[in-house]
Design a protein around this ligand. Sequence first.
Ligand code: ADP
Ligand code: GLC
Length: 455
Amino acid sequence: MRVVFATAELSPVAAVGGLAAAAAGLVGALRRSGADVELLLPDYGTIDTTGSEVIELDVPQWAGPASIHVVEHPVAGRIHLVSCPGLARSHPYLQPDGQGWLDNIDRFLRFSQAVAAWVLLSKPDVLHLNDWHTGTVLAALDDPPPTVLSLHNLAHQGHGPGSWLASIGSRAEHFEWWGGINQLSGAIALADRIVAVSPHHADEIRRPGGGFGLDAAVRARGDAVTGILNGIDTTVWNPADDAFLPAAFSSGDLGGKDRCRDTLLGRLGLSDDGSLLAVAVTRLTDQKGIDLMVPTLELLDDLPLNVGILGAGDADLAAQLAEIAGRSERFAFIDGYDEALSHLMFAGADLFVMPSRFEPCGLTQMQAMRYGTIPVVTPVGGLVDTVPDLDREPRTGRGVVARAAEPVAIASALHRAVRRFGQRRLTTIRRRLMTIDWSWDAPAAEYRRIYDQIS
Ligand code: ADP
Ligand code: GLC
């Protein structure tokens, strides 16, 4: 089985969010299962390509010159790095001031033309696209191979001026959207299978209001739309063997978790007054709902709870969190993206808070559970599939589910967690969480079944 897999992000080469980890995890597992995967990634200019094999691509003049460098990466394995004008930048999407690059639409339209050109040369059994950055590959190919489109985040669709429609290929009309171009809408119409990254989100995006304007397009595809829950890389996320932690631990021996907790409290500048420690590790965007926690953060003097947030993104929210942390004994905020600290936070915390407004899958709740940290979540997307409520399902529950993505409901869920978890109950639940299999093997096998069905 030969697969061309195109993605705008890949851990650890170009990682912005969960797409990077999901692409790396899925491709790794597909390769281990014997699939021959050609992994196409934009050449953002961070990898030295000198001496690597170069293949020139035949693309329309506006998208070129385009070429592929085939490199062997020590962690990600073989990558086909796609070069075309404008792709190489200091960040895949953002300028140094945090605003998107003004030509993001054009950059990924060009990338998609290059991917299409490669598909014509390579003639794979299956083409696997991910998110809007790769959507218009299907505009450029008259007769594409059987195609799977994974939807990691439907909130981003790559809207641009309609003038592009004249340039992107013979099936451009599927990408016309209220006079403009929508780089995702046509891919939803044209792919053979559409995979949302969790089963619950596959239902949500069919509902009016749940599909970010594309719900009718999703509904029109009927049974072609399914959900496959993401996995996580269980070798990277392994409390028994994690170089970022001061002590190892496992479901059978939780002692090391207490040492991680002490170290974490020290890093956060919080004192151990016996309260539970809740953390969040997150992008600061509307999606993640951290702003919905602000009223709770203001109430921490009245609640036996310490809170630490590691987050990067929205500058106004970061300033607000820093201001609250500056006058609170119980709340710490660390502004930034810090992989090493994130491991310590998953390991050292008692609770992991994820107040998302929507969440296609979410990886962090799984990472938290892998480290025996109990998730407190909103009832959306992949959080529904991965976190049954402990009070509703005492024997199989995994966390505390708020009634809604609203400030009062989130405060109330945290309050419930504080009331419920005596030390003994924590230990039993931690052990339960730590033995769940979150590896990519089962999701990759589901994708393989889809590949087999369509090829
Ligand atoms: P999303 O892709 O929507 O941001 P996911 O939960 O799917 O959410 O994936 C986010 C990934 O990025 C996780 O691996 C998480 O550990 C990591 N991450 C998010 N924010 C930070 C941060 N501030 N510092 C370190 N890692 C982070
Ligand atoms: C997106 C979604 C997140 C998902 C990730 C990987 O970034 O926001 O929920 O886990 O993609 O599929």
